[in-house]
Design a binder for this molecule. Structure first.
Ligand code: FES
Length: 108
């Protein structure tokens, strides 16, 4: 469901495989949302786009996101099992509801 800016709450983010749904402030990064809600997601460079440990798959809502930057695409090439829906959690700002999966090798 697309986040309605007129709702009192922000967009939701569902983390798989735990199937935990959290509500976040708009523009929060997926990585920051995971940290804020104690969801285990690796992030070796603390969101500085210097690794690919925060690799995630976006299963729903990704079509509404801006395209990844060239730097993010370069980093994704070194991610474990990248797919068309791969992104780096530290680079994705939540602007509407998303369903994401943390690959097993990227769970902290
Ligand atoms: S935490 Fe290193 S690129 Fe996201």
């Amino acid at each position: 469901m697309i986040w309605n800016p007129f709702k009192s709450k922000g967009p939701t983010l569902t983390f798989l495989p735990d199937n935990r749904t959290v509500t976040v402030k708009p523009e929060t990064t997926v990585l920051q949302a995971a940290i804020d809600h104690n969801i285990n997601l690796r992030h070796a460079c603390d969101g500085n786009l210097a690794c690919s440990t925060c690799h995630i798959y976006i299963h729903d809502g990704g079509e509404y996101l801006p395209e990844p930057s060239l730097e993010e695409e370069d980093r994704l090439e070194s991610a474990d099992s990248p797919q068309a829906c791969s992104r780096l959690a530290c680079q994705v700002r939540v602007i509407h509801d998303l369903v994401i999966e943390i690959p097993p090798s990227h769970i902290a």
